[in-house]
Design a protein around this ligand. Sequence first.
Ligand code: SOE
Length: 392
Amino acid sequence: MVGVEQKTIRIGMIGYQFMGKAHSHAYRDLPFYFDTPLKPELKVIVGRNEATVKEAQKKFGFEAYETDWRKVVERDDIDVIDIVTPNHTHVEIALAAIEAGKHVIIEKPLALTVEEAKRMYKAAKESGVKHMICHNYRFAPAIQFAKQLIDQGKIGRVFHYRANYLQDFIIDPEFPLVWRLQKDIAGSGALGDIGAHSLDLARFLIGEFTELTGTMETFIKERPLGEMSGGLSAKGNSDQMGEVTVDDAVAIIARFENGALGTFEATRFANGNRNKNKFEINGEKGSIRWDMENMNNLEVYLSDDEAGEQGFRLINCTEEVHPYAGAYWPAGHIIGYEHTFINLFDEFFRGIAEDYQPKPNFEDGVRNQILLEAIEKSAEERSWVKIGQEIE
Ligand code: SOE
């Protein structure tokens, strides 16, 4: 879209750790690769610790820093509030930002509870601001291409959706009790942190859930106190121990509206798996497989291939025809994790500039939260839980 007039959009980002880095990078690189209608201006970054937020401000390239998010939400030279803080703060910041008329982009999960998530969605809908939730994996070219294949009926009726999201960063019992392991801050553990992505991909690719059951486990029940220290590293800051109040791992069986069966596993105890986010979909005419650790590739099996020539073909989704891929490099020159965020922000700013509601948004956040809550309930009660489609 050469020649598109590029206006600016002013960003206030609340939080500055792992996701702050991913988002800041995306803001900076977006205009480099895409003819975005709105060029992000990094106005202000917020954190409670002045020394570290100041460092982040310089490193990420924001004009200024602030230690109180309320001051930023009130500023009239900010158009977007980007929320990358721990989960328990989402509801308050988002509601204040929406009330101040800002567009809001937020990390997953949307909130701690369905009730909070619904309040956020209702407020956003009523105010007319644009809102988005950062299920970034949807924006890998291979995932968007998989969606096209499924929608075109290439694999026909879907029978199975099988997903695992495997990490191992807390397997050491000395890994401290950081916010991600505390229910009142994080909401849940492996379930809401990584399982939420798998559930979102399933909804995106094959549709809504109707019923599910889950079981959860916390393998290490007490840990030394401490805090995150960048990325997924942490440092202990006391000899004291505290209780882990979230799940370390979860397994889920589900049914979908289209009749498919789903099985899901999310764990932070899969030794050797650093960030293995993968799925396989089996349909009447073929199958599709994807694995985040080889995120540009899609494995596709089509059962109407000639006898003797059947097998999974490896499609490297870096060609012009693959969604988003053409914005980057010539075919065969791969992209990475950070580019999923760039693609996501392109969609967000297009939604704002062209006045449509981008997806995934707070509605998807509510639907995801309903699944998270249902899984916890079913695990607690050892039962099946129905998933209603009405979310008003
Ligand atoms: C940590 O488990 C984490 O950073 C998640 O919070 C992200 O959502 C996921 O994409 C990678 O892992």
